[in-house]
Design a binder for this molecule. Structure first.
Ligand code: SF4
Length: 301
């Protein structure tokens, strides 16, 4: 197929260095950028698509956000007014102090072309007590637009989480909450569990925004990974049994950009299930209009 970009499993985390104008800013899509402010987390998730960077203890940014790097990052954002949406990510940005977060948000808000700011964290499940009054007041002061959270199983919706949600209310500021959930064999690979998770999130006014397919290079894929088609099979029964806003986008990661998965059990004109030397592979047309490959896992009944 002409124009097809081959899967390149050699790229650690599938992060293209050419997409990093400074050491910590990733600029893939024209109108938005990710700032990776730290390379540590409250835990290590086997399925993480940032696995290799998080585990690499030798990276300098583990010691903190260098002043020069940060100034260059803000300068880049100022010089690129097409960037209107910034995602503060890591690692987990809530592992750093409130003082540093204050500085980050304050500097971002000083860039007048930035309209919306998101922050991506797993702290609501790993360490809900991280959300204290001071942190929420920082979110409030700088109008954090979205808090992207991470629940993989309904059991993670604990009373401690509900206390944090209540604290947002009493402090008078609650950013939009969007969930990012990995699909994991043996953890949430059942329609019943996914239904409980999605409706549990929805009833708490957390949008179950993304269900992510396992990244091909991430650790633990043999143990936790599923085929794309299996994921469709698990989601399809929920289409008409849970409210529309409780239904997530099913999505896969790719070095050239994320891709929504059509909920079909068969190929569609732009998303094809194929075999390559006995190995399943997905071939799809991405957001740039290029045909790309994604190495899938065998379908399991
Ligand atoms: S907390 Fe998030 S960034 Fe950190 S290892 Fe887990 S999934 Fe990856």
């Amino acid at each position: 197929m002409r124009g097809m970009t081959d899967y390149n499993g050699k790229n650690v985390n599938w992060e293209k260095r050419t997409e990093f104008p400074t050491q910590i800013i990733q600029h893939k899509y024209p109108d938005r950028a990710i700032i990776r402010v730290v390379d540590s987390c409250f835990g290590h998730c086997n399925y993480c698509y940032l696995t290799y960077r998080i585990l690499d203890r030798s990276r300098k940014s583990k010691t903190g956000l260098g002043e020069d790097i940060w100034k260059n990052t803000i300068r880049y954002l100022r010089n690129n007014p097409r960037i209107k949406d910034v995602l503060i990510s890591g690692g987990d940005p809530l592992i750093i102090s409130n003082k540093k977060l204050y500085r980050i948000l304050s500097d971002l808000r000083s860039v007048t072309s930035i309209e919306t700011i998101r922050l991506n964290t797993r702290a609501l499940t790993f360490l809900p007590y991280r959300f204290d009054i001071e942190l929420i007041s920082i979110f409030k002061k700088f109008r954090l637009t979205v808090l992207e959270v991470h629940f993989s199983h309904p059991r993670e919706l604990t009373s401690a989480v509900d206390e944090v949600l209540e604290l947002f209310e009493t402090e008078g500021y609650r950013p939009m909450l969007l969930n990012r959930c990995p699909l994991l064999k043996g953890v949430n690979d059942s329609s019943e569990i996914l239904e409980k998770l999605f409706t549990g999130l929805y009833s708490r006014r957390i949008s179950p925004y993304y269900l992510f397919h396992y990244a091909p290079y991430a650790l633990g894929r043999t143990h936790y990974g599923l085929s794309v088609r299996k994921g469709c099979e698990l989601l399809l029964p929920l289409r008409r049994t849970i409210p529309g806003p409780a239904f997530p986008r099913y999505c896969l990661f790719h070095i050239d950009g994320k891709q929504d998965i059509p909920l079909e059990l068969k190929s569609t004109p732009k998303f094809k299930y194929e075999m390559n030397n006995g190995t399943p592979v997905i071939v799809f047309k991405n957001w740039k209009g290029n045909w790309v490959k994604y190495p899938d896992l065998p379908y399991e009944k």
